[in-house]
Design a protein around this ligand. Structure first.
Ligand code: AMP
Length: 222
């Protein structure tokens, strides 16, 4: 399956992409994670994008499209993937369509996570991630067993610099301005399915599995 998850930051895309990737054996491609890894390793690309990320602004399309087309060229990824955080502009969506067309492929479904702003603020300002493996926790709703420590690996939990309230509000404004047209772009193609991003993770996951089954995209037993 070739899947895109759209929605504002904090809508729950990352959590669902991870769950679906495991269940459906998809490659989970999160552009934010790919760029954060470049910044951490202080590569040339990392130095180029760090400022945009810190300010909560979008990285220029050409840079993002180059990275994603490299990834989609890999045999392990191109067969089946969940794109999380890409595309975020109509230009990126067009570039994705063109890259898939070159592989004689197309998207199967695009999920639009609709999530109220108060839910997003609560989630993001309480979010903690593992520095080592990227696992996501929450100060209120998904606490780790030991404070500040990942349950899955020996990594430490840190808060993302762009999860502070002022930056979150800027990221939301950027989303509304630049990414809302992407929702319309996929609606016109008939690929869009609206989902309730404010639902608790397991409830939403079960609803998504049901949706895929009714769409004929998932055939295995429950
Ligand atoms: P995310 O983890 O998806 O919230 O992404 C974190 C940051 O990475 C964003 O605020 C942008 O600065 C950058 N970024 C990630 N994906 C994209 C994209 N598709 N287009 C432009 N910038 C992106």
């Amino acid at each position: 399956m070739k899947l895109v998850l759209l929605g504002p930051p904090g809508a729950g895309k990352g959590t669902q992409a991870e769950l679906l990737a495991r269940r459906l054996r998809l490659a989970h491609v999160a552009t934010g994670d790919l760029f954060r890894a470049e910044v951490k390793r202080a590569t040339a690309l990392g130095r180029q994008v760090a400022g945009f990320m810190r300010r909560g602004e979008l990285i220029p399309d050409a840079v993002v499209v180059r990275l994603i087309t490299q990834h989609l060229g890999r045999p392990a990824i191109r067969r089946a993937f969940a794109l999380d955080g890409f595309p975020r502009t109509v230009a990126q969506a067009r570039a994705l369509d063109a890259a898939l067309a070159r592989q004689h492929a197309a998207l199967d479904v695009v999920l639009d996570f609709q999530t109220p702003t108060d839910v997003i603020l609560r989630r993001l300002t309480g979010r903690w991630i593992c520095r080592a493996c990227g696992a996501i926790y929450h100060a209120v709703t998904m606490r780790p067993k030991a404070p500040g420590r990942c349950d899955r690996c020996p990594g430490r939990l840190v808060q993302r610099v762009d999860d502070q309230r002022a930056t979150v509000l800027r990221r939301l404004a950027v989303y509304r301005r630049q990414s809302a047209p992407v929702v319309r772009y996929y609606a016109r193609q008939g690929l869009l399915r609206r989902v309730r991003g404010e639902w608790e993770a397991q409830r939403l996951y079960r609803a998504l599995v049901r949706l895929f089954r009714t769409q004929g995209l998932l055939r295995d037993p429950a």
